[in-house]
Design a protein around this ligand. Structure first.
Ligand code: ZN
Ligand code: ZN
Length: 172
């Protein structure tokens, strides 16, 4: 059993290699020194790492595809602390959770519970959002809309609407 945690942040995490000491250049506080200008490579790299080291093992363990629909739900988001949900895919998860401006997203993957959750911190969410949870759906074979797995099985891989249309022969 293990819990894998990883953070994706809008802050630059680029490191500068110091040839003289053969290590990462540090600032006066002993933290890694950041370049004056960031081209966003560190962000691209952290999303790549997240996909390789967390999303893919998670997808493999759950038998889910990276492009299958997922429902992302949260109890509190934004300065109004509203609840909400949206549909995306595992591979679109980071894009769905990121915002313009400064933010930090903390992901947690519990490989015993097979749960993947996230919390976002930002200017409007200084103490963090509620926990984002993920529910798996399947794409309707007719219209592509997300369908809960139980319905998917029941309605012959269709959403309820398409299934009704199909059996009412409305599509003929
Ligand atoms: Zn950077
Ligand atoms: Zn449908």
């Amino acid at each position: 059993m293990s819990i894998i945690k990883t953070t994706i942040t809008s802050d630059c995490t680029c490191e500068i290699y110091d040839e003289e000491t053969d290590s990462t250049m540090l600032d006066e506080y002993g933290d890694p020194k950041r370049p004056d200008y960031c081209y966003g490579d560190c962000y691209t790299e952290s999303v790549y790492d997240f996909t390789e080291n967390l999303l893919k093992p998670y997808a493999e363990a759950t038998g889910w595809q990276l492009d299958h629909p997922i429902k992302v739900e949260v109890s509190s988001i934004g300065w109004q602390r509203r609840s909400g949900y949206t549909f995306t895919t595992l591979e679109g998860l980071v894009e769905t959770l990121q915002i313009d401006g400064d933010f930090r997203i903390q992901f947690e993957y519990d490989d015993e519970e097979q749960s993947l959750t996230a919390i976002r911190y930002s200017h409007d969410e200084p103490t963090g959002t509620g926990t984002f949870t993920i529910e798996h759906y399947l794409p309707c074979v007719k219209c592509g809309d997300p369908v809960p797995p139980a319905v998917y099985e029941e309605e012959l891989e269709m959403c309820v609407q398409c299934s009704h249309d199909y059996f009412d022969h409305k599509d003929e």
